[in-house]
Design a protein around this ligand. Structure first.
Ligand code: PLP
Length: 475
């Protein structure tokens, strides 16, 4: 592509993006394609000769866009709703153009230093201690993996060199609850800890870890000769956004000398709101903490941040410098030393752009609004009379179900009914909701988190849901 053609193509692509943001709400939120439909529309083999960008963009519009579930849609209320914000989209374009690999400081000093500064800004905005060092990974699942690897390194077992197989090692134990995100178990699989050694501590009726039960579980494991390694507490669990009692958990961890990992992937960003600062109470005692700006801080997927006061330990777990990567600078940070991957995208740029373009006040205003609308939605649900709220809803998610009189005594039929209601809304394309299970029963999850959502979006979706639920119950 020569320079003139590239400039024209860029203008077309930019115009497409700008227009997309103007008309995102015109698309069905959940893609309507059937399995295999997208692949079938694409040529079975790559072309022999290169094609023009016009052909590519046309096929993008014709084949790809119908196969998109629009996470940017203001009525995307499933999972955790997110935002690909304008400043971050622009940062992604610029970063793609630069195409730097920030593995070493010298392979792009700006990639390292922008990331360092943006992570310090974010840390300070969330009220985390200045002793916390931050590093960007792609996702919370990978941040958690590195945190648990650092926890294992802290035990001094020299797993780094000797591995775990064929050695006389005690079982390493990780503690969480049945509300903890599944990545903790996956990380345990990858680290050779094994799922059986991920202990599910009991929870209270608000889906929060019982710190006294944690204390007992660790003490019992010690008696059995196991080695308690880490506790994963969650601030904002995936199903209900429950908040584990981090201060009490931190005391247990301190008493037993166990690593405290805090998963604040979703709710952590909300600590920027002054009246929600309490969310991270106790987090200063964490050995590692994850926040995902790609969840509730308008940064497009992917960007997860791991903070830890144990920078040297994390580096010790992973640093390995072959001759071809040696550099003369000794006073700099080479981010390749803090994880498995060598190559690193310039992710820090989009975080820096978002923090600057919105400013602290801009972010606070939107997150505060999301929480207020969620509380309003919960009020509508309660006032409807034939619905049940199934969990506390301190933040921007409500879990609830329709309880029509005729089905109230039949648990399986109720589950099926609520699943049908959700599927009907999703098929309609107007909005997208997801479900979870709480105490084994199906709950509809309504998650607000997109910066383009309006209160009318929330109201209209609730009205549709209410009407759909009653119609299906009566039909
Ligand atoms: N932690 C929590 C609390 C989550 O809700 C999720 C995903 O929803 C994750 C971790 C995993 O996030 P990621 O997709 O960044 O790995």
């Amino acid at each position: 592509m020569d320079e003139r053609k590239f400039a024209e193509a860029l203008a077309r692509a930019s115009a497409w993006v700008a227009r997309y943001f103007e008309r995102t709400r015109d698309f069905p939120v959940l893609s309507r394609v059937r399995p295999g439909e997208v692949a079938a529309a694409i040529a079975p083999a790559m072309p022999e000769e290169g094609e023009d960008f016009d052909a590519l963009l046309d096929d993008f519009e014709r084949i790809v866009v119908p196969g998109i579930t629009h996470w940017n849609h203001p009525r995307f209320f499933a999972y955790f709703s997110i935002t690909g914000s304008e400043p971050a989209v622009l940062a992604e374009l610029l970063a793609a153009a630069l195409n730097v690999n920030g593995m070493l400081w010298r392979t792009s000093p700006a990639a390292t230093e922008v990331e360092e500064v943006a992570l310090r800004w974010l840390r300070d905005a969330l009220g985390l201690p200045q002793s916390f060092f931050g590093v960007v990974y792609d996702t919370a699942s990978i941040s958690g993996l590195h945190a648990l690897a650092a926890a294992r390194e802290s035990l001094g077992l020299d797993v780094r060199n000797q591995g775990t197989a064929g050695r006389d090692l005690p079982r390493l134990r990780v503690y969480c609850t049945d509300q903890t995100h599944s990545h903790i178990e996956k990380d345990a699989i990858l680290l050779g800890i094994g799922r059986e050694n991920v202990v599910k501590v009991s929870i209270d009726d608000a889906f929060r870890m019982d710190a006294a039960a944690l204390d007992r579980a660790i003490a019992e494991d010690r008696v059995r000769g196991f080695l308690p390694m880490a506790v994963a507490a969650t601030v904002g669990t995936t199903s209900t956004t429950s908040i584990d009692p981090v201060p009490a958990i931190a005391s247990v961890c301190r008493a037993h000398r166990v690593w405290l990992h805090v998963d604040a992937a979703y709710a952590g960003p909300a600590a920027i709101v002054p009246e929600l600062r309490w969310l991270l109470d106790g987090a200063a005692a964490a050995d590692s903490l994850v926040v995902n700006p790609h969840k509730w801080m308008f940064v497009p997927v992917d960007l997860s941040v791991l903070y830890t006061p144990h920078e040297a330990l994390l580096r010790r777990a992973f640093s390995l410098i072959p001759a071809y990567l040696e550099t003369p600078e000794s006073e700099v940070r080479n981010y390749m030393d803090y994880g498995v991957q060598l190559g690193r995208r310039f992710r820090g740029l989009k975080l820096w752009f978002v923090l600057r373009a919105y400013g602290r006040r801009g972010i606070v205003k939107i997150l505060r609004t999301h929480v207020a609308w969620t509380q309003e939605l919960a009020r509508w649900i309660r006032e409807a009379g034939d619905f049940e709220i199934m969990a506390p809803h301190p933040l921007s998610v409500v879990c609830f179900r329709h309880l029509p009189a005729g089905l109230a005594q039949n648990a399986a039929a109720l589950d099926e009914h609520n699943q049908r209601v959700t599927e009907e809304i999703n098929r309609n394309g107007f909005a997208f909701l997801s479900t979870t299970r709480l105490s084994e029963r199906v709950a509809i999850r309504f998650a607000i988190g997109n910066a383009r959502t309006t209160q009318a979006d929330v109201r209209e979706t609730w009205d549709l849901l209410l009407g759909t639920a009653r119609r299906l119950a009566n039909g």
